[in-house]
Design a protein around this ligand. Structure first.
Ligand SMILES: [Zn+2]
Length: 66
């Protein structure tokens, strides 16, 4: 029988473009899922660890103290 060679490609994360994982699809991580969710509910939502504006550019995950 054909085993795991028939794995369905999930695609890339719409937030950062990394390959998505099945656990968080269509995102690559919970973080990206939360970012997308934040935009989806209005765009004013901000993650505690995300210092950012709603820019499209993926940022390195450096945590800046306030
Ligand atoms: Zn991502």
């Amino acid at each position: 029988m054909s085993d795991n060679s028939t794995k369905i490609p999930i695609g890339n994360c719409p937030i950062c473009g990394k390959p998505a994982v099945e656990r968080h699809r269509p995102f690559c991580s919970r973080r990206c899922a939360l970012i997308d969710f934040g935009r989806w509910i209005g765009g004013n939502y901000r993650l505690p660890e995300e210092e950012g504006e709603d820019d499209e550019a993926p940022r390195p995950s450096d945590e800046q103290p306030e």
